[in-house]
Write a protein that binds this ligand. Structure first.
Ligand code: LUZ
Ligand code: MOS
Length: 750
């Protein structure tokens, strides 16, 4: 079905945080942040700023009644800086005024003195100085050192993947209102309402029961609001709590870009060993993750990097290590793929390097190393319902790789001003939070006495269409019209202790909980119907808002049935809880079965490079994607296309740049280019892989949010292949993004 939000979105009627009409006397917040990336705070003078008319109060760490701490995994991040600053953009004070413009004026009047300390901006630079967050992690399978001795080919290289700005259309923000007895209600643009609730309780030194978090929907999250919505909501709540006034705080784009973390840049090294027959015998990689100035989610992101470091290939001997490195950048955070893309890029780089040195195409290596049924991954999970080979073969056959490569080669023979390149990119992405305890969800369902339905879950709608999928679960279970169902806001008083909407798992976890709740009510309704119609319960079924007995229409409509149940004093509400079965992981052994299932697919990307200008276009992008049995084809296709565009952006044009002092240079959309409608092929074609689906997915409809982002990795290698066709002296480089400037220099390097 159509996304239930599309009508409201197109007409501008959907409600976002900023659409909430502020109460009278609402105050406005603004952050004063560190102008230096590292140093000792010598002096902070807020007196002039606080003195101007309309400024109510400027909060510093001294005003915090509870803990000045927002670190989730590791408590290493103050909400407001105390004696030291660790990144440019770090919040130091929170200005609250009667208007945003007065707050802005006040910000210019704050005086600060910082004794500068050395600034680290690179991951390996941090590693050299032993600046690590947590302990390194290593996955081992087989014995790589032994295996390398048997290899006919061994290649090594270094890799850099740059960060990526989330660029959610809606910037970060929150709106807090004081309620009774010191409690507060806050609307937050967060993927993690419980994270926000917990963060506020901690900082204010009050119980979580005093904080109600409500989320209507987000204008995009992409991971940027999994953990990093919390500081802004907490500052807003702090002001509301202490001033007993409503406070609104929405970051402007510049502040958001400067103050928030991004996808982690990685510096990595690999070593790959192959036999004559092109079987990959051994693979080693060291990943240096640029975590920024605080842990945030970095250790979890790091973990996912090594979970995906062999992508969709089986390799007998693997050793991968990841180091989370502390630098003086804003703390980097979750971003669609969550470390997986950084891992997958490295194995694809290793294969590209091997292919180049051996003098063959990467495809020849890729296809004979694909995962097969019952293969073991480096972390111990045995692969079942493996679709690596099937999705690969479907792409190669259905989109006629043979014909395409022949055309590309013929074109390259005839032309020198333009060169074409082609790359095939398989993906294999694990579904579940890698942190097993996070894989649970709850749903609350009310059937109202007129037969309409209200649904609350822990799922946050952020454009991914999860509300539509939740609605479908209720509609299918009760056999009623979509118009009868309403998706309520995500609210911590209705559904508590939630995991964030993340890890591609939101529809699975919340959908399964919702299915349980709906099914429980359905059973009760069937009992009522059986009694009413004097038949056995097993004979009852529901169809098109009507009760059927042995497939024959009865006298009882859905509406009547609900009314009867109400009279019989049967509970028309239900709350259900779901935890993912089967999954487990032992960190002491680094082995287990962390993922409910994997999502597969294969993309084939063709590009044409303009060898005079270094620019490129994508002629065609052909994908066979493993949706399982898609419950919502339009939404899922939207996720594949959107993720693909975002992946291509990361690989080709989105260039985060900090200077050596830790200043963000790509601090606006004039200096940070993201894909637009012209950047991606008109010629995108996505077809579903024919499969049985997977029971662990809601209605066998597999998770779709993150996996397709990694198809974008193919864009890098397609362009590189075109460069190779033009310049025989080109040395392969693995340094993203592949901007036109880099292409041009590569085309003409000697
Ligand atoms: N968030 C998280 C995620 O906390 N754990 C994960 O494993 C994850 N994976 C993908 C995206 N967000
Ligand atoms: Mo995420 S990267 O918040 O699924």
């Amino acid at each position: 079905m159509k996304n239930i939000d599309s009508f409201g979105h197109v007409r501008g009627e959907s409600l976002f945080l900023d659409d909430i009409i502020p109460q009278q006397n609402t105050l406005f917040g603004l952050v004063f942040d560190s102008p230096k990336a590292h140093g000792i705070l010598k002096k902070l003078d807020i007196s002039k700023a606080e003195a101007i008319e309309g400024v109510i109060k400027i909060f510093t760490h001294k005003d915090i009644p509870g803990e000045n701490q927002i670190g989730g995994i590791i408590p290493d991040e103050p909400l407001l800086a105390e004696n030291e600053v660790h990144f440019l953009g770090q919040p130091i004070a929170f200005i609250v005024a009667v208007s945003e413009s007065i707050a802005k004026e006040a910000r210019t009047l704050i005086k600060i003195e910082i004794d500068a300390l050395p600034v680290i901006t690179g991951a390996k630079e941090a590693a050299a100085k032993q600046q690590f967050i947590g302990t390194p992690r290593t996955f081992n399978l087989g014995n790589t050192s032994k295996a390398f001795r048997k290899c006919d080919y061994v290649f090594e290289d270094a890799v850099f993947t740059n960060g990526q700005e989330h660029l959610y259309l809606e910037t970060q923000g929150a709106y807090a209102i004081p309620m009774e007895n010191g409690s507060i209600k806050i609307t937050s643009s967060t993927q993690g309402p419980t994270q926000v609730q917990k963060g506020i309780a901690r900082v204010l030194g009050i119980g979580m029961h005093m904080v109600e978090v409500d989320v209507i929907r987000l204008g995009g999250g992409f991971g940027g609001k999994e953990d990093q919505a919390t500081p802004w909501a907490t500052l807003t709540a702090l002001a509301t709590y202490l001033l007993e006034k409503p406070v609104k705080f929405i970051l402007n784009r510049h502040d958001d870009l400067r103050m928030t973390g991004k996808r982690h840049p990685y510096e990595s090294n690999f070593k790959i060993g192959l036999a004559k027959d092109l079987k990959i015998i051994a693979f080693e990689a060291d990943f240096y993750q640029n975590a920024g100035a605080a842990a945030d989610l970095s250790p979890a992101v790091a973990e996912r990097t090594i979970f995906h470091a062999t992508n969709s290939y089986f390799i007998e001997n693997v050793r991968t290590s990841v180091y989370s490195c502390r630098t003086n950048l804003p703390p980097n955070t979750a971003f669609r793929g969550f470390g997986g893309p950084q891992g997958m890029f490295v194995i694809e780089a290793a294969i590209a390097k091997a292919a180049h040195e051996i003098g063959i195409t990467a495809k020849e290596i890729q296809e004979i190393n694909l995962l097969q049924e019952n293969d073991e991954l480096s972390y111990g999970q045995i692969m079942t319902q493996t679709e690596a080979v099937s999705s690969w073969q479907s792409t190669i056959e259905k989109f006629n790789y043979k014909k395409l490569i022949t055309e590309v080669n013929a074109f390259n023979k005839r032309n020198n001003d333009f060169k074409k390149g082609i790359a095939v990119m398989p993906i294999c992405f694990g579904i579940s939070f890698t942190n097993t305890p996070m894989n649970h969800a709850r749903a609350l369902v009310h059937i109202y006495q007129d037969g309409t339905v209200g649904i609350s879950t822990g799922a946050v709608e952020m454009g991914q269409g999860v509300n539509t999928k939740m609605l479908q679960v209720a509609v299918q279970t009760f056999a009623i019209e979509p118009e009868k169902v309403k998706l309520e806001t995500t609210n911590t008083t209705r559904v508590a202790n939630t995991s964030p909407s993340a890890a591609s798992s939101t529809a699975d976890l919340n959908g399964k909980a919702l299915l349980k709740a709906c099914s429980a009510i359905l059973e009760r309704l069937k009992t009522v119907a059986a009694q009413e119609l004097k038949v056995n319960e097993e004979e009852i079924s529901l169809l098109n808002e009507w009760v059927y007995v042995n497939s024959k229409k009865s006298s009882l409509s859905w509406k009547k049935l609900v009314a009867k149940a109400m009279l019989a004093r049967i509970a028309l509400s239900e709350k259900a809880h779901y935890t993912t079965p089967v999954i487990h992981f032992d960190k002491t052994k680094e082995k287990g079965h962390p993922f409910a299932y994997h999502v597969y697919g294969t993309a084939m990307i063709t590009t044409t490079v303009d060898c005079t200008r270094g620019t490129y276009v994508f002629d065609s992008i052909k994908i066979v994607h493993d949706y399982g049995k898609s419950m919502s084809e339009g939404i899922d296709l939207g996720q594949v296309e959107g993720a693909l565009a975002q992946g291509i952006g990361w690989m080709t044009m989105e260039e985060i740049a900090y200077d050596k002092s830790g200043l963000l240079l790509s601090n606006a959309l004039s200096t940070y280019k993201i894909p637009d409608i012209f950047s991606i092929a008109d010629n995108i074609e996505v077809i579903p892989l024919e499969t049985d689906g997977n029971e662990m997915a809601i209605f066998k409809s597999k998770a779709v949010g993150e996996p397709p982002l990694m198809y974008g990795i193919g864009a890098y290698f397609a362009i590189q292949n075109a460069i190779k066709a033009y310049n025989p002296n080109y040395t392969l480089k693995f340094h993203t993004p592949m901007t036109p400037e880099k292409v041009l220099m590569s085309l003409y390097e000697k």
